[in-house]
Ligand binder design. Sequence first.
Ligand SMILES: Nc1ncnc2c1ncn2[C@@H]1O[C@H](COP(=O)(O)OP(=O)(O)OP(=O)(O)O)[C@@H](O)[C@H]1O
Ligand SMILES: [Mg+2]
Length: 328
Amino acid sequence: MCALMPSITPSMTAGGSAPREARTINTETHEEIIAMDELAVRARTLSEALPYIREFSGGTFVVKYGGSAMASASLSQAVMADVVLLRLVGVRVVLVHGGGPQVSDLMRRLGKEPTFVRGQRVTDAETMEIAEMVLAGKINKDIAAKIQMAGGQAVGLSGRDAGLIQARRRVMDSPEGPVDLGFVGQIESINAGLLSSLTEDGFIPVVCSIAGGADGECYNINADHAAGRIAAALHAEKLLSLTDVRGLLRDRSDPASLIARLTVSEAEALVREGQVEGGMVPKLESCVDAVKAGTAKAHIVDGRIEHALLMEVFTDAGIGTMVVPDGP
Ligand SMILES: Nc1ncnc2c1ncn2[C@@H]1O[C@H](COP(=O)(O)OP(=O)(O)OP(=O)(O)O)[C@@H](O)[C@H]1O
Ligand SMILES: [Mg+2]
């Protein structure tokens, strides 16, 4: 028997982990060779992430986690593990979450039919109450708990806390004239200082898109709009929106028609010309908002794929749609 590797003694293990048994690795067996190959692949993957870690460590990422991508509890837990990993390599992560399908679900259970205009929920007083219960009361706390379980320090916040998101009533323009959507807000200000203080101290703020108004009212904000404005206010390096499609599709019914990269002007044109619809409208608007404020890249990524976040951040290829500034 030929022992190519030296014995690994307990004193050689990393600090904090349980000491390993002293052992000798015999590279002669097929199983051992495969195990070594796997370790080598893992080590190479980690070392290939180094340039990205150096680039992004100390920077801020805003991750928008869409309600549509929350369908599976185990996948949701895996997303939070990725968020914690980003935090542990020094990225200051702010997580903004949606919960549209979950709000609609409770509305239906309570006998109300949800209605939308250009992707924005029409929000009467009762709908507002339901949205706050679901978003601030349930989903926000569930996500914060999942981050804790993954080893991060999460602080769950409503936009109404400490004036985090201040808004006024939004009246939407449409070809048929102005449309009153009820308690749908237009963001007026973001308390960026609060988020910076938290991320500076290593916390991961988890923000739901409920805003407060000067009038003491509560407003429903589209979570993508909130994420875009937060990314802009924090001068984030990246905005990453995890959703339930591959990215922006030229033909919504054809997943193969993914648009991998587009400029701010191209994104604005698609929205203006009505070529995108539903929840993709505020999503593209938020990418435009962030990139115009200095965010280098905004991404729309398929949150149904395990480790989509890491694939987008730590590889050159990218897997979704990327919105970049105009120019070369
Ligand atoms: N051109 C398009 N390409 C891709 N998706 C599109 C397009 N036009 C509309 N959509 C719709 O946008 C949806 C994503 O937005 P949606 O608001 O439903 O999810 P989300 O923003 O991830 O979740 P939440 O609203 O809960 O935060 C997709 O499921 C798709 O049906
Ligand atoms: Mg949405």
